[in-house]
Design a protein around this ligand. Sequence first.
Ligand code: UD1
Ligand code: UDP
Length: 358
Amino acid sequence: MKIVSIVGARPQFIKLAPLSTELRKKGINEIILHTGQHYDDNMNEIFFKELEISEPDYNLGIGSGFHGEQTGRMLMGIEKILIKEKPDLVIVYGDTNSTLAGALATSKLHIPLAHVEAGLRSFNKKMPEEINRIVADHLSDILFCPTETAVENLKNEGILKGVYLVGDIMFDALMHFLKLSQEKSRILEELNLTPKSYLLLTIHRAENTDNVERLKSILSALGESGKNIIFPIHPRTKNRIREFGLENYLTSNIRVIAPVGYLDMLELEKNAYAILTDSGGVQKEAFWLKVPCITLREETEWVETVKYKWNILVGANKDKILEALDNIREGENVNFDSIYAAPKMCEILLRELKNRRE
Ligand code: UD1
Ligand code: UDP
């Protein structure tokens, strides 16, 4: 049995790691197709090395570009490889342009398609990710949902067939690599930080980085707070700050560092006294690690994090950010079942493929 996994961006490498391990354990011939959407060493290679993911069999080297151009070039490259490899199934992950191109190319070739992290919705179609996930879900034959909310969202769009509630693959990754990060990461020493003495910040959503007013408002709130902030900066955000001439908003309390690998990131998240972010993955990791999170967005797909009061949505509003920073508190006690998604996904894939053959 041959499966092609299509990835391209940082969070997809993290989602790929546990499932790839499981597929290979079951003797499945897995081909990794990397679109090349993320390419800097600290956005790409470090994850393959640290998470011990096999070298991609193909890297299309697409890189950055406008949505249409980037997605179109991916589509052409993926199609060629799928025609050559003739897999029994393709897996796409999350909601990036690599997900969209992978889903389109696969379904046009009538190859069964599985979507990991199906059913998430922000109900904000201005987000490129929302468009990508809606299309991927509607094209998929097998939909792996991380939450009950995701199953419900699919039901509301009339998607009932092939839907499986399997848990969150990022939880598998977190559980697997947490111990390793504690053993291996030296990031706190390197940055001369003591546990719970700093806030961790990530910003990369287009709605925040590409809107000068929002970016200015977020950075000025953080500057005014005077809090000790560690900021592993996404290349998109770094570029925009330079293009908009906002460097002087990075005040001395905000310590900008290069993007870090997953092991260092887990160590930074776990030891932060709170996290400020617009990332999907980071909101969830804060929740699982029981670190209060302030989300720089108006809405979230991960509604459970808000429901249990570990996450608060403040958008880019300066007053709301400052108020949230003055009122950091822990949420409700939640017990996370140690149920792993990857083995369940693998079992379902094997069963579905067997049924299709018969
Ligand atoms: C993408 C995803 C987003 C995901 C994020 C994870 C889309 C539409 N967006 O956003 O859903 O949350 O990845 O991090 O697919 N750049 C570099 N080096 C790199 C990668 C990017 O310099 O290795 C810079 C380029 O200037 C590029 C910009 O970052 O134009 C944006 O990169 P892109 O992949 O288009 O989108 P992300 O913002 O990374
Ligand atoms: N992450 C990382 N290093 C960083 C920033 C993030 O390893 O410098 C990890 C983070 O722990 C999470 C994932 O990348 O597992 C989230 O990716 P990102 O925020 O880029 O995308 P999103 O989840 O919003 O799609």
